[in-house]
Write a protein that binds this ligand. Structure first.
Ligand code: KIV
Length: 271
């Protein structure tokens, strides 16, 4: 299948079309204006303002502490930078599980206050009511199954999910339920590649994988991992395209040396 170039703004319909012609979807995270500007210009179709901002930006151990206000702050910075990509924002832990009314209020705040195009929420059947209510307000919803980091204390580890038949069966059932509910796409995190393939073949909405193999409709990575700004997170699924941790460390080292040796600033760098 020839690569089709999408010059216009990406919508949920574009992603559906891409799945139907077999063109892979690219998605990366961003939490700030500067990096979002770069990845939007570089051409990713989807920018995810992930609650991984809790780890990457704020240094928390899990995604649980990040608040709705903090997500809105990150999302509005990303939206200001974005001309083409579809911006998806994670509903943070505790803002949609309680009841569907609260879920809708949280989703509306994200859409109104950040200008984002859609929200993502973790889970299947357990949160169906919340999904239905958000969708009924005309807000596009992306699902997230497999390893759902907001449930880390239930899982106990970040290991691969759904290796056992019972969990795999529930995952397929949940994926079909999310499609039937009207979700426009689904993130599948850290599950066996064969299961991910089966899910992508079982539903017509795009399945975007992270640690879910190549037989899905697109891929997502955390940008800071993919460009090597972080260096302690090394799962098998991660491909690093840069090593910015080392490059920045070297650059800062040179700067320190230059300042201390009175080499910076020189005559051309002063007024
Ligand atoms: O928060 C996040 O960055 C995510 C991706 C890992 C899919 O949910």
């Amino acid at each position: 299948m020839a690569l089709k170039k999408y010059h216009k703004k990406i919508t949920t319909n574009t992603l559906n079309e891409m799945k139907s012609i077999g063109e892979k979807i690219t998605m990366l995270t961003a939490y700030d204006f500067t990096l979002a500007t770069i990845i939007d210009k570089a051409g990713v179709e989807v920018i995810l303002v992930g609650d991984s901002a809790s780890n990457v930006m704020a240094g928390h151990e899990t995604t649980l502490p990040i608040t709705l206000n903090e997500m809105i702050y990150h999302a509005s910075s990303v939206v200001r930078a974005t001309n083409r990509a579809l911006v998806v924002v994670d509903l943070p832990f505790g803002t949609y599980q309680g009841n569907s009314k609260e879920a809708l209020t949280s989703a509306i705040r994200i859409m109104k206050e950040s200008g984002a195009h859609s929200v993502k929420i973790e889970g299947g059947e357990e949160i169906k009511e919340s999904i239905d209510r958000i969708l009924s307000a005309g807000i596009p919803v992306m699902g997230h199954l497999g390893l759902t980091p907001q449930s880390i204390y239930k899982f106990g580890t970040y290991n691969v999910r759904a290796k056992e038949e019972k969990e795999a069966k529930k995952l397929i059932k949940d994926a079909i339920l999310l499609e039937k509910s009207g979700c426009f796409a689904l993130v599948l995190e850290k599950v066996p590649a064969d299961l991910a393939k089966k899910v992508a073949e079982s539903i017509s909405i795009p399945v975007i994988g992270i640690g879910a193999g190549n037989n899905v409709d697109g891929q997502v990575l955390v940008l800071h991992d993919m460009i090597g700004m972080t260096n302690e997170f090394n799962p098998r699924f991660l491909r690093r395209y840069l090593n910015l941790f080392d490059d920045i460390t070297k650059a800062v080292g040179h700067y320190i040396t230059d300042v201390k040796s009175k080499n910076f600033p020189n005559k051309n760098e002063q007024y």
